[in-house]
Design a protein around this ligand. Sequence first.
Ligand SMILES: Cc1cc2nc3c(=O)[nH]c(=O)nc-3n(C[C@H](O)[C@H](O)[C@H](O)COP(=O)(O)O)c2cc1C
Length: 358
Amino acid sequence: MACEAFRINPVSRMATRERQALHDEDMTEPIRREFNPWRLCVAPMMDWTDRHCRYLHRLLSRRTRLYTEMVSTGALLHGDVPRHLRFNAEEHPLALQLGGNEPADLAACAKLGEQWGYDEINLNCGCPSERVQRGAFGACLMAEPRGVAEGVKAMRDAVAIDVTVKHRIGIDRTESYEFVRDFVGTVAEAGCRTFIVHARNAWLQGLSPKENRELPPLRYEFVHRLKRDFPTLSIVLNGGLRTDEQIEQQLAFVDGVMIGREAYHDPWRLSQWDAVFFGAEPLVGDRDEVEARMVDYMQRMAGEGVPWSHVARHMLGLRNGLPGARRWRQVWSDHRLKGQPPVLVSRAAAGSRLSVEV
Ligand SMILES: Cc1cc2nc3c(=O)[nH]c(=O)nc-3n(C[C@H](O)[C@H](O)[C@H](O)COP(=O)(O)O)c2cc1C
């Protein structure tokens, strides 16, 4: 196997120790056990939820489950494995999302994910992009529930960690609940216990992926029905959730919710989630503390040759809604400052923000 050389991930060994520590800490917090592990998740988002973004999200919430961007089996089996799989030990609990359709390839990649220390392998059955359709995976797999079941079985046979599926409620103009019910039923028979359901169809012709996240109507009632029909499965609802009130409402019907765009554009929202949805202490006091820790992280990443702008782009929404937020954001996205150390950029950003406030 091309990726054999990368079988042992130093991060994953560190991660195991860290996870043990977190686990021990959790033992002193009985509330932890009451919650479904998928109660609150940040969605996999291509080009957005890379390891730097996830580092930020983890600074803000200890308990929210995080997902990688989708990685195709081809990219893993024939490409640069560390580039796709490395992550920071702090990011757990963390799922690797795979895109693919060949059971043997999925199994090999799931194994790789497990060896690198991921907590879950998630199969993408919801992406409608043309590129993904050409590769015959993503949303079009919903037309082949038996094929998905085979893929899931192969992955489950290969790894001990959770194997989950993220999917839509239908493809094209299928409007029947029975379509998604039968999909879930068939895949559950292969041993999948957790389904993350983006509560709208994927229209496979004529829409961009962006339009496919907006135009097909949301039907939360289909997801609620799935939970009623499959009470022993974990059913996680995704799509269009914006406020904590909406999250709370949905948690009355399903085991968990997954938030995508809102979490990315307004990351400070995550800072309240441990308290609001898990009854735990918030991790951070204020945005300045988060920014300071991100600056430390940028300095650490500079040692790996990562420019600070690759990290900073994910935190541009951190001060949304506050006076001076626009000026602060402009400084952090100013390419002329690229040669400066991040600590100086942070100072300049604070200066511009405070000059607006007074
Ligand atoms: C920029 C972007 C990239 C996305 N990439 C992926 C992806 O790689 N895998 C996936 O399953 N979904 C992907 N999605 C879909 C999200 O995971 C989620 O299902 C969708 O945005 C609906 O949730 P939301 O309304 O809370 O944003 C992406 C969404 C966005 C905005």
